[in-house]
Design a protein. Structure first.
Length: 95
């Protein structure tokens, strides 16, 4: 069975063996990670994304001209689908 709420995506209701209904949505999620000299905290952030209940379908990383190991960490992580490098003067909101 499926329902559609006003202004919402189509939602499928699927019965489970214990007769509970689960909601399945056809959504896609993309995470954007913006980093500048983030080698200290970046591994923990990427691990948290990988361990999340709903992992992103894509992870886009933006490196704002880091001078530490951030570019290598981003390039080596298999969960990252794209790495964008910007000028060091790029603000996080602009990235």
């Amino acid at each position: 069975m499926s329902i559609t709420a006003a202004g919402a995506d189509r939602v499928a209701l699927e019965p489970t063996p214990d007769r509970q209904l689960t909601v399945t949505r056809n959504h896609h999620g993309t995470a954007v990670v913006v980093a500048h000299n983030g080698q200290r905290w970046l591994p923990r952030v990427l691990r948290a994304l990988a361990d999340s209940t709903r992992t992103p379908d894509a992870v886009i990383a933006v490196d704002t001209g880091s001078t530490d190991r951030t570019p290598e960490l981003l390039a080596d992580d298999p969960s990252i689908t794209d790495v964008v490098t910007t000028d060091p003067r790029t603000r996080f909101a602009q990235a």
